[in-house]
Design a binder for this molecule. Structure first.
Ligand code: SAM
Ligand code: DTB
Ligand code: SF4
Length: 337
């Protein structure tokens, strides 16, 4: 990548880990057009703005989770009409990954409703990583908290990405989850990073948080020793039976602002427009892409909740003149950007 020496380019693309609360809040509160323009300027200097990367999710172990995350359908603490399943067979996982590859996914993300994996879970999970990798796909897992040793085992198996969200700000965290702390989350992120895997870490909007909590969540991510490679931005999918079933929906403009702030704070990271797209209009999704989102989950289910159908997504992307990106589309920086 060439160095970008134009004054504007240098300022906007500088990778910083020292964002202050006041300056991030000031960006979030700045005029919408200025903010989205800034985010798009950064976005097109780093990525092809007309491309979007596809990931596919698979729930490899559903429900019965001992954690009490207030938004989640899979917590054993909530009265949600869904049953728990055991870890699925690695052979089935690999079959499903083949179908995802045929549908255009370049990354396969496997999620388990665990607080953390048990020793006996590691062998089948490692078999899944190896099998999916052998298909030529990027692999991602989200299995809850990891010890340094478990992170190393997964990295040795070839796992590329580990997803572990901080979900919201540190100050609001205990209003959403009480069975683990914000510090526990950061600890696992450190283990993942130290094991050499790429970090996928983001959060959820619509938990009843204040604008400051959104800004602080993104500031925490940007001020990590390295920016997460991938930042999922989820909009709460309200689930009947969870404490957040009746949460106030997020204002779409505020959601787009959060996407733009993520792009401005973390210029090189993939910003993934994740849960909640079913409830977004096409126009809102288009604004999210304009604000710097460059990745989505495809397929009609996420882990337990629905996602737009492939037909609907293809129709949307066609209308926007957007195409599927190969794994990680980076364009060379030029002095004119
Ligand atoms: N159990 C693991 C963990 O929590 O680390 C992995 C699976 S968990 C379901 C992955 C992420 O999905 C959560 O961190 C949360 O950000 C997101 N998520 C879960 N339920 C959601 C919902 N109803 N709406 C939006 N995002 C949700
Ligand atoms: C993430 O941030 N979003 C994905 C992925 N990481 C694992 C999960 C979304 C889950 C939505 C709710 C459900 O399907 O139950
Ligand atoms: Fe368990 Fe993850 Fe759901 Fe929390 S978000 S209840 S840890 S599956």
């Amino acid at each position: 990548m060439k160095e970008n020496n134009s004054p504007q380019g240098r300022d906007l693309l500088t990778i910083r880990h020292d964002w202050s609360s006041d300056e991030t809040l000031a960006i979030y509160d700045s005029p919408f057009m200025d903010m989205v323009f800034k985010a798009q300027t950064i976005h097109r200097a780093v990525f092809d703005p007309n491309k979007v990367q596809f990931s596919r999710l698979l729930n490899i172990k559903t429900g019965g989770c001992p954690e009490d995350c207030g938004y989640c359908s899979q917590s054993a603490h909530h009265d949600v009409a869904r049953h728990a399943s055991k870890l699925i067979d690695p052979v089935r996982v690999i079959e499903q990954a083949k179908a995802a590859l045929a549908a255009g996914a370049t990354r396969y993300c496997m999620g388990a409703a665990w607080r953390s994996p048990k020793a006996r879970d590691m062998a089948p999970v490692i078999e899944m990583v190896k099998g999916v990798k052998a298909l030529g796909m990027e692999t991602c897992m989200t299995l809850g908290m990891l010890s340094a040793e478990q992170a190393r085992q997964l990295a040795d198996a070839g796992l590329e990405y580990y997803n572990h969200n901080i979900d919201t700000s540190e100050r609001f965290y205990d209003q959403i989850v009480t069975t683990r702390s914000f510090a526990d989350r950061l600890n696992t992120l450190r283990h993942v990073h130290e094991a050499g895997m790429k970090v996928c870490c983001g959060g959820i909007l619509g938990l009843g948080e204040q604008p400051l909590d959104r800004v602080e969540m993104l500031r925490t991510l940007a001020n990590l020793p390295e920016h997460p490679d991938s930042v999922p931005m989820n909009m709460l999918i309200p689930i009947e039976g969870t404490p957040l079933a009746k949460a106030e929906p997020v204002d779409p403009i505020s959601f787009v602002r959060a996407v733009a702030l993520a792009r401005i704070l973390m210029p090189m990271s993939d910003i993934r427009l994740s849960a909640g797209r079913t409830a977004m209009t096409d126009e809102m999704q288009a604004l999210c892409f304009l604000a710097g989102a460059n990745s989505i989950f495809i397929g009609d289910t996420l882990l337990t909740a629905t996602n737009p159908s492939e037909d609907k997504d293809h129709h949307l992307l066609r209308r926007l003149g957007m195409e599927r990106a190969e794994a990680r589309t980076m364009v060379t920086l030029s002095a004119s950007t």
